[in-house]
Design a protein around this ligand. Structure first.
Ligand code: DC
Length: 221
């Protein structure tokens, strides 16, 4: 079984994916974390997203492993980067690296190979459209920009990162624009995706709603 969850930044995709994985006893893969790890890798090497030659040359040295579990740990060339890929610098740059076709090709391959090992719920931007067009069920999450900004501000402040509402909102709008308008696998809502607007849903309500859709689609006898 493959559950695909796509949507804009800070729509609660990973939260829903985590909750469904736990409830259904399957693996959660946060594909955004993989693009974040790739961004950290190129930032450390001082290679800018417009340096396509540099990106291409160094792509073979990029190794990302995802360790499924409660926290979904991310390893970049053997180092745990689960926390550092959430930093503001990565938020600012990740969409610019994620639009590079060579980077996408490498990560999509990795995402598909991870699903070969068993049932997964994967969240991202192109999971239903490109990575798994034949997914068992596809969700497209959405929420209003104020709700999304507040959620991201809370998430960052909980981690001790001081941010302003306006700066976070501007970053989300910028990333939405880049993610939706890039040439290679832009964020789109697939015709066969179930739309969930979670602006007024809490975590438990969102999970219950998604589970109802899953039960309708995949009857358990
Ligand atoms: O879900 P997130 O905010 O952690 O994702 C970080 C960035 O990675 C996001 O701006 C777009 C990109 N991304 C992507 O292009 N394709 C995916 N499948 C997942 C994320």
């Amino acid at each position: 079984m493959i559950i695909a969850i796509d949507g804009h930044s800070a729509c609660g995709k990973s939260t829903l994916a985590k909750d469904l994985a736990k409830e259904l006893g399957i693996t959660h893969i946060d594909s955004g974390a993989m693009y974040r790890a790739a961004t950290l890798y190129f930032r450390k090497l001082n290679i800018l997203p417009n340096d396509l030659e540099g990106i291409r040359k160094n792509l073979s040295g990029l190794e990302i492993s995802m360790v499924p579990g409660e926290t979904c740990a991310v390893l970049l060339n053997g180092d745990v980067v689960t926390e550092s890929i959430r930093a503001s610098d990565i938020n600012d740059w990740v969409s610019d690296y994620a639009k590079i076709p060579d980077v996408r090709r490498k990560l999509v391959e990795l995402q598909r190979s991870m699903a070969n090992r068993g049932s997964v719920v994967m969240d991202g931007r192109d999971i239903g459209s490109v990575v798994f067009p034949n997914a068992t069920i596809k969700f497209f999450l959405t929420a209003d920009i104020r709700t999304r900004t507040n959620r991201r501000v809370d998430e960052l402040r909980t981690k001790g990162i001081d941010v302003s509402f306006e700066a976070v909102k501007a970053n989300l709008i910028r990333r939405d624009h880049i993610d939706s308008t890039r040439e290679d696998s832009p964020l789109v809502r697939c015709d066969d995706a179930i739309v969930i607007d979670n602006s007024t849903l809490d975590r438990a309500e969102q999970q219950a709603l998604a589970l109802r859709y899953i039960a309708e689609r995949i009857p358990i006898h």
